[in-house]
Design a protein around this ligand. Structure first.
Ligand code: GEK
Length: 243
């Protein structure tokens, strides 16, 4: 069975990982199935990143995918740029993810550059598009503004950042609704209550959601002239921020 077809039952059995969630080989092997069944609207977001690349890729610029995992959004950038001559760069600090992405996608898209590095350190320059598709949420909250400032500084005039995040509701009632519906989505996709609760505990100290208002405030603070919500399904959102 090819990797793309492997189903995620990581948290189902007695051998479920203990402790904090990590992006290791076991996760990388089931990641396409895991993210599709866990993030409502993920396939739509990937498709729309391709369309955004068609509109915003600038000649002789770079398109960055920060926290690229297995490269789904990196490929969307590469396809979406069409004939526009520009470079596509995928960055992830998990070797299990990055090496798998380079190995599986490298054949069809030999010009994509793959960098195994931390997005807090990797040099960024001459960008027309920077994508962070569900990655900022894994950084400590007090380091997020610095990363967004670096991204803003690396963008050319007219450039955009696509920021997708799992968010917290603005108040406890809103949050309960969003979390309940997300769990309903996971159950509808075949995850058991045990799998849902084990995964939730594993992510508790690792994936740190913030409200939509907090994200928009920070984007403004980092220098973005505007940020627009273009996608939301329950507690999963995507924003386009313009330089
Ligand atoms: C997709 N964008 O398929 N530096 C580099 N990478 C990081 C860092 C960091 N500091 N922290 C986390 N990552 C992808 C999905 S997954 C989202 C992104 C999820 C990486 C981490 O190794 C993982 O591959 C990715 O960010 C997050 O569109 O699993 O919910």
């Amino acid at each position: 069975m090819s990797d793309d077809k492997r189903s995620d039952n990581l948290y189902a059995g007695a051998g479920a990982p203990l402790g904090d969630f990590v992006f290791d080989d076991a996760v990388a092997a089931v990641f396409p199935d895991m993210i599709r069944r866990s993030v409502p609207g993920y396939p739509a977001i990937i498709n729309m990143i391709q369309l955004l690349a068609g509109r915003y890729a600038q000649e002789r610029s770079r398109l960055y995918d920060l926290g690229c995992s297995l490269g789904a959004s990196t490929v969307a950038l590469a396809l979406g740029r069409g004939e526009t001559p520009c470079e596509v760069v995928g960055v992830d600090n998990a070797p299990a993810m990055l090496h798998r992405a380079a190995a599986t996608i490298g054949g069809q898209h030999p010009d994509i550059q793959w960098i195994c590095d931390d997005i807090r350190k990797v040099p960024l320059q001459n960008a027309s598009i920077v994508v962070m598709n569900f990655t900022l949420q894994f950084l400590p909250r007090d380091e997020r503004l610095t990363v967004l400032r670096r991204i803003h500084a690396a963008l050319r005039p007219g450039g955009i950042m696509v920021l997708s995040e799992k968010i917290a509701g603005e108040d406890p009632n809103a949050d309960n609704l969003l979390v309940d519906m997300h769990h309903a989505f996971k159950r509808a996709n075949g995850y058991s209550e045990l799998e849902i609760s084990r995964k939730r505990s594993a992510l508790e100290d690792v994936l740190l959601p913030e409200t939509l208002a907090a994200h928009r405030k920070r984007l403004a603070e980092a220098g973005f002239s505007r940020s627009d919500l273009w996608f939301q399904c329950f507690n999963f959102v995507s924003l386009v921020a313009q330089k």
